[in-house]
Design a protein around this ligand. Structure first.
Ligand code: GDP
Ligand code: ZN
Length: 382
């Protein structure tokens, strides 16, 4: 689990050690700085100190004890591996400012048995004293609030522990291509379940419609809209066709785009973000020069309101911690038949008197969906 692996930076550790030495536990930061000011004044009042501070030491002391702005609320917009980039949302001052935050050793989280900090999280932070020339303001994450929604996968080697890839988003666009590469219905079905598990609305979006017979693709995927009520969009980023159906869906929402590589995600996202937002992103990347090698802002504001969130791990979100028995509940096209099976529980595979198989044989259930069901069932352990 990330919380176990997390190590605060050396700087934070030594700072907190120094602080702990000179000030007792439980005092507020404000009190601390008030006291510090008093000490400084007392020090200044002594005219000829026997031992003068070396310039280097003095520098360190100033770095450590400059007053900070106490706590603020923020939004995790990126992870650098070493730390997290938090955008301040508290209104009073510095709203929108970016902080490079480590996680406090006594951090509190409202998301047990889960990734400690994920992109999209709403957090409470403590601003740290500013030292010298900095690229980003320093901060410490002290609390992570409950995630409203999330896309997750099971973390490698940790049974039953979810790894959150992104949180607090409204919807996920399951982006596939009509061809080159041909859309993968198994993958669509997996993504649909993962989205439902995380309480995120899924939208199926088929790009590169210029490469295929439109009628064929629309008919092949018609059941998603007709039987499952999932918004399904067909477009061509290259030919700029169908984009007008996408914009209203994104407006005012926080959306992530997910799908295999080569389907046109970058092309589409670049088109949607628009020139203005791209300029803003470039500027912020320049002012934070040299600190992080990753592409900078991962949350892009849309010209008509709403955000697109771009995160590298998003291709890999999936189904985790699900029992074989539970899987059928996520195949809503089975809903009507599930309750009619002779045995409960029924895996809808070999049981006699299985109403789901009956419906399949009579053509009420799409055979491709049943294939998906079997496919996922095989991968579940319990
Ligand atoms: P990503 O890997 O999903 O980010 O895909 P890219 O945006 O890099 O696109 C992969 C390739 O598909 C590029 O060569 C694009 O020019 C091409 N492409 C993107 N959208 C379309 C489309 O609507 N039609 C066609 N024919 N090609 C497209
Ligand atoms: Zn059954």
């Amino acid at each position: 689990m990330a919380s176990k692996k997390y190590k605060p930076s050396q700087e934070t550790l030594s700072k907190s050690r120094r602080t702990a030495k000179s000030w007792s536990k439980g005092s507020s930061e404000k009190q601390f700085y008030a006291k510090k000011k008093q000490w400084d004044e007392e020090e200044d009042a002594v005219p000829n100190r026997a031992v003068s501070m070396s310039p280097r030491l003095k520098n360190i002391q100033q770095k450590t004890f400059l007053p900070s702005e106490n706590t603020f609320e923020g939004h995790v917009i990126d992870s650098t591996g070493r730390s997290f980039i938090v955008q301040r949302t508290s209104e009073e001052i510095n709203v929108g400012a970016l902080y490079d935050c480590v996680v406090s050793r006594s951090v509190v989280t409202e998301n047990p048995a889960s990734t400690l900090v994920a992109v999209g999280d709403h957090v409470l932070c403590r601003a740290e004293p500013v030292s010298g020339e900095i690229d980003l303001l320093p901060g410490v994450i002290i609390k992570i609030t409950e995630r409203r929604t999330k896309l997750a996968r099971e973390s490698a080697g940790n049974d039953g522990i979810e790894q959150v890839i992104v949180s607090n988003i409204d919807q996920v666009i399951i982006l596939m291509a009509a061809a080159d590469p041909f859309y993968n219905r198994r993958l669509i079905d997996r993504y649909l379940i993962a989205a439902e598990l995380g309480n995120v609305e899924p939208i199926i979006c088929i790009n590169k419609m210029d490469l295929m017979d439109e009628t064929f693709v629309r008919e092949d995927l018609a059941m998603y809209a007709e039987f499952l009520g999932i918004k399904t969009l067909f477009l061509s980023a290259e030919k700029k066709r169908g984009l007008e159906t996408l914009s209203p869906v994104l407006q005012g929402k926080t959306t992530v785009f997910s799908g295999p590589s080569g389907v046109g995600k970058s092309t589409l996202v670049n088109m949607l973000i628009g020139e203005e937002a791209q300029i803003t992103t470039e500027v912020s990347a320049k002012t934070q020069k040299g600190l992080h090698t990753t592409t900078f802002s991962k949350i892009f504001p849309l010209p008509e309101g709403g955000y697109i969130l771009d995160t590298p791990g998003i291709r890999e979100f999936g189904i985790w911690d699900m029992t074989k028995e539970d899987l059928a509940y996520y195949f809503h096209d089975f809903d009507e038949y599930r309750l009619e099976c002779r045995f409960t529980p029924c895996t809808h595979t070999h049981e006699p008197g299985c109403a789901v198989k009956g419906a399949l044989e009579e053509g009420w259930i799409d055979p491709e969906r049943y294939e998906s069901y079997l496919n996922i069932l095989e991968t579940l352990e319990r």
